[in-house]
Write a protein that binds this ligand. Structure first.
Ligand code: UDP
Ligand code: MG
Length: 322
């Protein structure tokens, strides 16, 4: 069986279209399938729509989360419920064309465990967005040992083996692209055309994107923590040399005590450096705190049509669902 996991937030308008296109494509594959929508705390009629989709075709299932947990966690929820031998993750706004699914499945049948969709165009994003993405991926590449496949979006197929590993990772600060890459296995890209947004608007807010970028960096590298020791070493060495210079100057030219501006500037500069380094430690510490609390990754308000084997997270889900 094939499972399709789709996170949705306020997507009521496109869902019927999505269902039609999915059915057309998936029925052509000649194998059983299920679609698991994860409603990430929508405020519009998405949940009602999902119920209707399920009534029309029970292969469309849904998990309604109790509030907005963010896309990365919604994807994680979808994968926990996925029962198939492979799972496909895609967006619910029709930007990831269902028609590209057969190409992903073909590569999986060839023996690849991770098949990621490669965006052949990025025109659907604003210039600023593209620029920021470029900076982020550049920084990520420099700092992290996990290699992200170039141009890979969030549209991908993963084998059961990968799903099982992901389901065992219950970190809260989730950066799926990195996690998929971290798991490893044989992977390959398949190009696809990103469609324009159905209603022209990204569901991400800038603040969320920033948070997401920070999560990505912080969960995949500790370099920002370590640079401060090197910087400290360097600054101390400079201070030592400067002290020597002052000493020699005093011995040769006699005592002279200028340098009030130098003093102020260096005090301000180094308190700035210290505050930044403290802030970086805080970023990591805050995340350690979040993880240590061990709260469930997500809370399910309602399950529509999903059932059967609850999988390894059974106890958590029993607590989670009313
Ligand atoms: N989404 C979600 N929770 C969120 C934000 C987005 O489940 O907090 C879903 C959204 O409904 C869509 C997918 O994630 O199906 C991708 O979101 P969007 O299209 O806004 O992102 P972008 O196209 O900018 O990557
Ligand atoms: Mg989109």
């Amino acid at each position: 069986m094939l499972s399709i996991a789709i996170p949705v937030l306020n997507e009521e308008r496109g869902l019927t279209r999505l269902q039609e296109r999915l059915v057309a494509v998936l029925d052509g594959l000649g194998r059983p399938w299920e679609v698991i929508f994860v409603d990430d705390g929508s405020r519009d009629g998405t949940a009602a729509q999902l119920l209707a989709l399920n009534a029309r075709d029970p292969r469309f299932k849904a998990v309604i989360l109790s509030r907005n947990f963010g896309k990365e966690i919604a994807v994680a929820a979808g994968l926990r419920y996925a029962a198939g031998a492979a799972a496909i993750v895609m967006d619910g706004d029709l930007q990831h064309p269902p028609e590209a699914i057969p190409a992903l499945v073909r590569q999986w049948e060839q023996g690849y465990d991770v098949v990621y969709g490669e965006r052949s165009n990025r025109e659907t994003d604003t210039t600023l967005h593209r620029l920021m993405a470029q900076v982020f991926y550049g920084v990520f590449k420099k700092m992290s040992r996990t290699e992200l496949p170039q141009g890979a979006g969030d549209f991908r197929l993963v084998d059961r083996r990968v799903v099982d590993v992901l389901n065992r990772m219950d970190e809260r600060a989730r950066f799926n692209k990195g996690l998929f890459a971290w798991v490893g296995f044989r992977s390959i890209g398949v190009p696809y055309e990103v469609a324009a947004r159905g209603d022209g608007r990204s569901r991400w807010r800038w603040r969320q994107l920033m948070r997401f970028a920070l999560d990505g960096i912080v969960s995949f590298t500790t370099i920002p923590l370590r640079v401060w020791s090197y910087l400290g070493l360097f600054v101390s060495a400079c201070a030592f040399l400067f002290a020597l210079y002052i000493l020699v100057e005093a011995l040769v030219f006699g005592i002279n005590a200028p340098g009030f501006p130098t003093l102020i500037i260096s005090v301000m500069f180094f308190s700035g450096v210290q505050l930044i380094s403290l802030g970086v430690i805080g970023e990591y510490l805050g995340r350690v705190y979040d993880e240590v609390k061990g709260r469930p990754l997500f809370v399910v308000a309602r399950e529509i049509g999903v059932g059967g084997d609850p999988g390894p997270q059974a106890s958590e889900r029993r607590i989670a669902s009313p």
